[in-house]
Design a protein around this ligand. Structure first.
Ligand SMILES: [Zn+2]
Length: 85
């Protein structure tokens, strides 16, 4: 007769909160559009409010040619959703 063993692992509340936080960060959140662009940036992180996106500057014509959409906030690691753009 075979026996099934189920192992339960207890984690602390702190570990559980950390898990929730990681789960939250991995779920893409909509970037916040700025009312006015700042230093060429047009969006900010919904979690830490840092300006997000990578500015591609065209040296020849001296204008910002495009904003690259970063998948993650480089400051807090929040996954970013740019779907409305
Ligand atoms: Zn952030």
């Amino acid at each position: 007769m075979s026996e099934i063993k189920i192992k339960a692992v207890a984690i602390t509340e702190e570990e559980y909160n950390e898990y929730l936080e990681l789960k939250e960060k991995a779920t893409p959140k909509k970037v916040v559009k700025l009312k006015k662009s700042q230093y060429g940036y047009t969006h900010q992180c919904p979690s830490c409010e840092r300006l997000v996106g990578t500015i591609v500057y065209n040296v020849n014509v001296r204008i910002i040619s495009e904003i690259e959409h970063d998948n993650y906030c480089c400051s807090c690691g929040q996954a970013l959703d740019w779907s409305d753009e």
